[in-house]
Ligand binder design. Structure first.
Ligand code: IVH
Length: 696
């Protein structure tokens, strides 16, 4: 296809895609299948790849995510991004109504809208094209997150034809739909479970709510990741020099016709009674929506009247936000349990008299740590308020002091491990207490074994949590090396108690020949699991999957890691002081050294199998060390480091006289550049680096 034809086709495809995008994401009335939509997009992307000069900044292909943003630019808001006066009380709303009436009389209307619980955004359009998207920041200036916002499918990059002003700003709220949030959390849950965390630890680690997640996502550096997070956006207010409408209600209808997503639940009412009806209805029905709302926003409809009312120092006098009260209930604290996790971390858990809250029964809640108990001054038999706001896990928000028993005493936090009696310790900078008895504390031992056999570690899936419990209780295993000493006769006929489907009931099952053979085969097969996974499996604190991989690639063997000095460890990219300290103390323990030796003798992989390392492509960089600094256009930093290693080179985190090259990208650290110059280290670009390695 020649350039002229390609241009025509690109324009036509963009129009069609924009149209279907609006039908699908804004109006929820799709006319073509997802497959046909993807085909159009693919064709567009293909053409744009062939003719990069025809890739326009408002092309719908931008939705998949453009270049990485290193640092967000600060932009001053043309119209300050004020927030609204907030209230939880009907009395405040009546007062607001009285103030409005006093200033503009009785002839006016209110517009009632839902208050979306997300991240405020200001979108500027010039001649119908999105030119910038800025966060609230401090209200005066915010961050330019345009590249990320372009990936949100319901935000138009180009408007539908209409009478929009040449330049205007539209404000709205970016949010993450609850089903999207739940799905992300569900996979996070499964991953944490596999990694051996217990329910309470998992509860502490899960994403807290869709609002925080949306806020974190919109500030991510890579728009491609943002594009995968299915963010959405409701728009609710327009600013421009010459408004083509007289009322707010009309502006929203127009905005919708230009292609913006505007809530369908917007009503005009004549009086504050109508406002109360709207609030009552949505306080009741808001949980049926698939996004979070935290209240109702009430605005005077007419622009002239808005002008008359004006602003206070902080917010407009013509609008107010009414916030829904978070669902909350009081119940009694029966006792506190202390759970011990795989790493020895202690989590206090409140046992409550079961109580109904927003459709679920709450009987336990995490108390997080000793500080939290002290802060709440929570005592046994206290009536506590349990609240479920945007968060999944119910929170204890306070104590009803009026119902406190006179005889109550503050909780004394435990000094000794509830499982093994060892004296607990707490580092100055950490919130949790820990049980240091790594080798003798049952939940820690079992947790470590469960982690060892988990899918991403040794993947012995024929052994489950219950079998590990059973083998541990029968004293057949005391550490992971004992798994490799098990024989058929140890296992056959063992009885285990398994949870039955009916809650509270359990049944017995006996290990028969088939399961025993499966278990033994699984254990045998784990001997060929790669070194990096063995390193992850042995459960060094702070050495997760990614860190294990980095260490394995850098040091190549367990022996090399075991003797690595602190300095050598922190010289590995992304290995910090905390991880280095943890590795050193792991290998300082004689019991760990013994364990590693036993595992080695049993035939586990203790070094990188050079034959199996697929990345090893050439040796042209052997003997040469590189430092990588800054951001690049063709590769990510990680990809460059992988390439260096794949071609036999070494990656260093800081420049020394032994460094061969500094590969410098945009915004490469000035200190690194100065040092490279001082030490006469060659400074090269990513393109020059590519020339050093064979073309692939
Ligand atoms: S109107 C001057 N409408 O809640 C116009 N705000 O405390 C101000 N919000 O700052 C905004 N839903 O971030 C408006 N339907 C809605 C809203 C809404 C959520 C946010 C917005 C605002 C804050 C008010």
């Amino acid at each position: 296809m020649n350039k002229e034809l390609a241009k025509e086709r690109i324009i036509q495809l963009s129009k069609e895609i924009d149209h279907h995008n609006n039908l699908y994401y804004v109006l929820a009335k799709p006319e073509i299948s997802d497959r046909d939509f993807d085909k159009l997009l693919e064709e567009l992307i293909d053409l744009e790849t062939q003719f990069p000069e025809l890739k326009f900044s408002d092309s719908p292909s931008q939705r998949v995510g453009g270049a990485i943003t290193k640092e967000f630019q600060t932009i001053v808001h043309k119209y300050p991004m004020l927030s609204l006066g907030n209230t939880y009380s009907e009395q405040d709303l009546n007062d607001f109504d009285q103030r409005v009436k006093k200033l503009i009389g009785n002839d006016f209307e209110y517009v009632c809208e839902l208050k979306f619980d997300g991240v405020a955004i200001g979108l500027t359009y010039k001649e119908g094209r999105l030119v910038s998207a800025v966060t609230r920041g401090d209200g005066i200036q915010g961050d330019d997150v345009t590249n990320n916002v372009k990936t949100i499918p319901s935000i138009p990059l180009k408007l539908q034809p209409g009478d929009y002003p040449d330049e205007f700003e539209i404000r709205g709220e970016i949010f993450m739909p609850r089903p999207v949030f739940d799905k992300i959390n569900e996979s996070l849950y499964n991953q944490l479970k596999e990694d051996g965390y217990n329910e309470i630890e998992i509860a502490d680690k899960l994403l807290k709510n869709p609002r925080n997640t949306a806020a974190g996502t919109i500030k991510m550096q890579d728009p491609k990741i943002v594009a995968k997070r299915s963010l959405d956006c409701f728009l609710y207010f327009i600013y421009s020099e010459n408004q083509p409408f007289k009322t707010h209600y009309e502006s929203l209808r127009k905005a919708k016709s230009w292609g913006f997503k505007v809530s369908e639940y917007v009503v005009k009412v004549k009086s504050i009674t109508g406002v109360f009806d709207f609030i009552k209805e949505w306080d009741h029905h808001r949980h049926e929506l698939d996004y979070d709302t935290d209240g109702v926003v009430i605005k005077v409809n007419d622009y002239r009247q808005q002008e008359e009312l004006g602003f206070t120092a902080k917010s407009p006098r013509w609008a107010i936000a009414y916030k829904f009260k978070a669902a909350s209930v009081a119940t009694q604290l029966i006792s506190i349990d202390y759970q011990v996790g795989r790493t020895g971390a202690i989590t206090p858990v409140a046992n409550l008299i079961p109580v109904q809250l927003s459709g679920t029964t709450v009987k336990r809640a995490s108390l997080h740590n000793a500080d939290q108990i002290e802060k709440l001054d929570i005592r046994i038999n206290d009536f506590v308020f349990v609240e479920k706001g945007g968060e999944i896990i119910p929170k204890i928000t306070g104590v009803d002091l009026t119902r406190r028993e006179n005889s109550s005493v503050p909780v004394t936090y435990i000094n000794n491990c509830p499982e093994c009696g060892t004296l607990l310790f707490r580092n100055d900078n950490e919130a949790n207490h820990y049980c240091p008895n790594e080798e003798g504390c049952p939940p820690q031992i079992k947790g470590k074994i469960e982690h060892f056999i988990s899918r991403k570690a040794m993947n012995i899936d024929s052994l489950g949590e219950e079998t590990v419990d059973l083998l541990f209780d029968k004293k057949l295993i005391e550490n992971v090396a004992d798994l490799y000493k098990l024989h058929f006769n140890d296992l056959i006929g063992l009885e285990k108690v398994v949870e039955a489907e009916e809650p509270g009931k359990s049944k017995k099952s006996v290990l028969r020949e088939k399961s025993v053979n499966n278990i033994l085969a699984g254990i045998e097969a784990s001997k060929s699991v790669s070194f990096e996974r063995v390193l992850y499996a042995i459960g060094i604190r702070f050495v997760g999957e990614t860190v294990a991989k980095k260490l394995a690639v850098h040091f190549r063997s367990m022996d090399a890691i075991a003797i690595a000095t602190y300095d050598e460890l922190i010289n590995v990219p992304e290995i910090g002081e905390k991880i280095a300290g943890s590795i050193i103390s792991f290998f300082n323990r004689s019991s760990n050294k013994k364990l590693i030796l036993e595992l080695k003798n049993k035939g586990l992989m203790m070094e990188i199998d050079e034959k199996l390392t697929p990345q090893k492509i050439s040796s042209v960089l052997a003997g040469t060390s590189f430092v990588v600094s800054g951001t690049f256009t063709k590769f990510t930093r990680e990809e460059l480091k992988d390439l260096i290693i794949a071609h036999g080179g070494k990656v260093q985190s800081s420049i020394s006289s032994k460094t061969g090259y500094l590969i410098a990208g945009d915004e490469s650290g000035p200190a690194k550049m100065d040092k490279a110059i001082a030490l006469k280290v060659k400074i090269i670009s990513e393109d020059e680096f590519v020339k050093l390695i064979p073309a692939s």
